[in-house]
Design a protein around this ligand. Structure first.
Ligand code: CTP
Length: 403
């Protein structure tokens, strides 16, 4: 008997080829000590029989809303109430579409409406389906309803394509479920918006201005926030990093696009973490055609981009604003100036010239500055670990302020 054996996980299996991985998932969850029950849709049963899931979960499998096995209860309400977590895996485009519109025409979708437990969806589908605007719209809507998405991974898809659409591995899903129940969730109920990576400011169709930011620190901040239970949105400039689990990612290119994406989330945000290395200047003129080289030098006239953090500071109502400061000298002085000038609550400052820290490294060494001379220095740490410690430090400081 461990603490997980007290937890009830309801796995909703919908019809895609990844159903075979759901069998392994139910097996792993059971082995990890959870009580697992399974609901299958009609189409899921085209791939695997309920008997397989019954054997893996050691519980009867539910398939039909009107098949009331126990007259003393209404099955879909009973199951909805029984669950401590509902995990839809694999989640097809169809179930995502139905759930986004509140449709309840089978046991799975009915339970999704009836439950008050957290709902997670692990999509699996063809890469083009996953990229379809309707699917993107439905995922966004469900995300806003509080449903957490476990992004599919990239690789060979059963349909023959290579791309994003593979159900996250059963081991990883089991680990996330375990983390959900065992970890503390101090950011539960909060919406955290993180920006990450560089921006690109176009010069002509083949050239742009950018910087060395890899996005690693921002992605680590988003992963840590989601791990602490926050409803997390990651607004990312162009980077090549895997999307953190349980995080909604919005892709942007220029500073202006990033500003608009952040503003679209700002009203509902509780925390905004501005990790992105935003360009301060953009070319005054963007050439429609490739610029041809000329004899002699070339002058590029630049103009200022919007300062996103400054703008957020101006519009701040209830939000906690956390900025970064990448400096090559006078770190403390500039960080404190940015805290004031941008009306931020915290500035996380790092010296990007320091060995093994800063841009495009796996580790970082920072100092956290807050209002009223608050200052905390962290040792050189892997960015993922540092992100957790930074969020914890800010939470503790905010709790202390509230007391
Ligand atoms: N920032 C922003 N928009 C900009 C520039 C910066 O939102 N156009 C944010 C960054 O995301 C970061 C903070 O402001 O959280 C500080 O960024 P940094 O590049 O260190 O400083 P700058 O504001 O650009 O100031 P300076 O050029 O004087 O260093």
């Amino acid at each position: 008997m461990n603490e997980l054996s007290e937890k009830n996980v309801l796995v909703c299996v919908t019809g895609g080829i990844a159903v075979y991985k759901a069998v392994a998932l139910v097996s792993k969850l059971s082995q990890a000590g959870f009580k697992v029950k399974v609901i299958m849709t009609e189409s899921a049963m085209e791939f695997v029989t309920p008997l397989t899931f019954q054997a893996m979960s050691r519980h009867e499998v539910y398939t039909d809303t009107f098949d009331e096995k126990d007259p003393s209860v209404i099955a879909h309400i009973d199951l909805a109430d029984w669950a401590d977590l509902v995990l839809v895996a694999p989640a097809t485009a169809n179930v995502i579409g139905k759930a986004a519109n509140g449709i309840a025409d089978d046991m799975v979708t009915t339970v999704l409406l009836a439950t008050t437990a957290p709902v997670w969806m692990a999509p699996a589908m063809n890469v083009h389906m996953y990229d379809h605007p309707a699917v993107i719209r439905n995922i966004r809507r469900l995300h806003d309803d509080g449903i957490r998405f476990i992004e599919p991974s990239e690789g060979f898809l059963a349909c023959g394509y290579v791309g994003k659409g593979r159900l996250e591995e059963p081991e990883k899903l089991t680990e996330l479920v375990g983390g959900f129940f065992s970890g503390t969730k101090p950011l539960q109920g909060k919406k955290v918006v993180v920006t990450a990576g560089p921006t690109r400011e176009r010069i002509d169709p083949v050239r742009f201005l950018t910087n060395f930011s890899s996005g690693k620190m921002g992605y680590a901040m988003a992963e840590a926030a989601a791990g602490m239970g926050a409803d997390t949105v990651l607004i990312s400039g162009p980077v090549s990093l895997p999307e953190p689990p349980g995080v909604r990612v919005v892709r942007t290119e220029s500073a202006e696009e990033m500003l608009n994406a952040v503003l679209a989330e700002y009203d509902k945000a509780d925390w905004v973490i501005k990790t992105a290395a935003v360009a301060d200047y953009k070319p005054k003129e963007v050439h429609g055609r490739k610029m041809k080289k000329q004899e002699g030098g070339q002058l590029l006239e630049l103009e200022r981009t919007a300062d996103i953090l400054l703008e957020l500071g101006r519009r701040k109502s209830h939000q906690l604003l956390i900025g970064f400061a990448a400096e090559t000298n006078d770190v403390e002085k500039y960080a404190k100036e940015k805290l004031e000038k941008k009306n931020a609550d915290y500035i996380i400052a790092n010296d990007v010239t320091e060995a093994n820290a800063g841009f495009n490294t796996d580790d970082n060494k920072v100092t956290l500055f807050g209002k009223h001379a608050f200052e905390q220095t962290f040792p050189l740490l892997p960015k993922k670990e540092l992100a957790k410690r930074l969020l914890t430090a800010i939470l503790e400081k905010e709790d202390a302020n509230d007391r």
